[in-house]
Design a protein around this ligand. Sequence first.
Ligand code: PLP
Length: 395
Amino acid sequence: MKINKHYSEISESYLFSTVAKKQREFSAAHPDREIIRLSIGDVTLPLAGAVVKAMHDAVDEMSTKEGFHGYGPEQGYEFLKESIRNYYAGHGVELAADEIFISDGAKSDLGNILDLFDKDNTVLVTDPVYPVYVDTNVMAGRKILYAPATQENGFLPMPDPAVKADIIYLCSPNNPTGAVYTREQLAQWVEYAKAQNAIILFDAAYECFVTEEGLARSIFEVPGAKECAIEFCSFSKIAGFTGTRCGYTVVPMALEREGVSLNKMWLRRQTTKFNGVPYVVQKGAAAVFTPEGMAEIQENLNYYRRNAQVIAQTLEECGIWYCGGKNSPYLWLKCPGGMTSWEFFDWLLDKAGVVGTPGSGFGSCGEGYFRLTAFGDAEKTKVAAQRLKEALKTL
Ligand code: PLP
């Protein structure tokens, strides 16, 4: 019996545990000081009323003989796939219902999709990076290349034709940097992927924050992307489903490699290893796309957007370089005074009682940068921004 040795190659992620430990120690040493967390990637507003009602109704249905639902289709109920199809059509992307697969969240699918690919494929990720892309591939023993995201390229690295890659991860709006690709930039990635016969795994978990013209919400806004990309999306950020769990993956019919349909492979994978998302949850998810649901959800998104504006304005007033925060819930700032990411973490906690996330935790190119999030409470975010401003004056 042999275990998968690659698990020993995954670097321990101390990022969030160290953040929590430092916060605990600070609280213990300063019980009188209120700490404000602008570090969390989780949402804080409750589920929308339309979602809750749909879930209540679904529970009631389940309690009747006629309305009971047992095993559902592994790839999701038609009613939810149809709602998602219409949502995409609303921003100009035509999908077939069979191209949409409902899951319990983007994170699971981002890991599970790797079942479809050979171990010897080379993987390209951007640095800094959402760690799931790296760790899931290290577990499988794949080689990983890094495309540096820097202040010079606006934290939006573009393809280098000299680099050979088979699987390319793109996340836009990006976690952690908040940077968002334009349609033209994504078209260059599509062109590169096609030239390399590679597949792009496009993480659109934060697409709902995009409002600016010209920025892409889906890679399928780029002509030809259906021949080289798979898209992952989630109800977590758009509708506060981080604890409720629902997401979806789009595998186009046009996506084939070695004469095999990736859509058929994924269907086979899901029907073999996955038994579907609860009916009640899918009913709640479908309610997101009703007019009432959308109106409530836009209000929630606007709440987070206002938080982002508050932080962004403070950074501007203080002359701190940052990106994100405009079409994204994340703000990515350059640590002032030449501080490293962890030095700034300690300084900010000590001087302002504010907790953020050190950029170096997301990759070497994140060193010297820092992530703040707009998912917090509005009043507390205002207080945190004011404290940040006061603290920066002392530098
Ligand atoms: N992708 C990115 C970039 C994320 O930041 C997150 C969660 O924070 C996810 C995917 C996970 O989404 P889900 O809650 O649907 O698993």
